[in-house]
Design a protein around this ligand. Sequence first.
Ligand code: CUA
Length: 316
Amino acid sequence: MNEEKASWLLPPQASNFAREVDLIYFGLLGISGAIILLLLVLIAYGLFKQQSDKRGIGRFLTARSRWIEAGWMVGPLLIFLGLFAWGADRYLNALEAPIDGHSVYVIGRQWMWQSYYPGGQMEQNTLHLPVGKTTRLVLSSEDVIHSFYAPAFRLKHDAVPGKSVQFAITPTQPGHYRLQCAEFCGTNHSVMAGTIVVMEPDAFAHWQRSNRADYSLAQQGAQLFRSHGCSGCHAASSTIHAPDLKGLYGSRVPLERGGFIEANIAYLRDSILLPGKHITAGYSNQMPSYQGQLSEAEIATLLAYLQQIGKDDGGE
Ligand code: CUA
């Protein structure tokens, strides 16, 4: 595989929406440029007109100023609102990750990126992805704010401590691409970089097999779930009254304070670290918080396990 060459202006377009992001970029640049050009022409025209005919420009201004003022407020407003809507729609679509499927947990820490795969594989500063398939990235930070920035994918997302965010990434061509931290995070921020390796599905499957770990991510989570005593309360047979976690992920959970919440990644994470935040209807606030007791990697295994149970019994 060759190192992808950047064009003279931009990195290669290596994701499913890189083209459209570039279009928005050049659209914004073009429209801004056209407006600046128009302003310069009007200023030059006004100066010229005033020079040649003082009374003429005075008439021109009083006769039409309202329309001109309204026009240049409403016109650019509509144009830029349109651009905003286009960009926001693209951005939200890009973030919308499938609830299931191939997921990689990416953790930023001073000063490296770590990737955890469903099969239990772990890598530093490298992220392997299959081409043409949507991978869900679950991003978090061990310490300070980092930013996952993959220029060739036109993708950038902050990794904020205390949060797990997810977004979709769909590479469109095999190759090696740069991954860079884009948020100043301390002394070695500039070297907090890595490589995204996009492979053909066969090669990717082979890579997964040849790097297989002893336990899958979900199995590691299951072990942690038992060793931390979670299973003591959450098992169906337990005497302590705690919600059953089978089939929880993706469901709508009724809350004690009223209303419902979707059991997504953020909810699962909060339920481990801030168990008092969303009390399930019919239960009381009894669970201790695991804040400060789990590393981000351990949280990733628990999230993988909690998503898995209900589908089967914690296997890969
Ligand atoms: Cu991490 Cu900058």
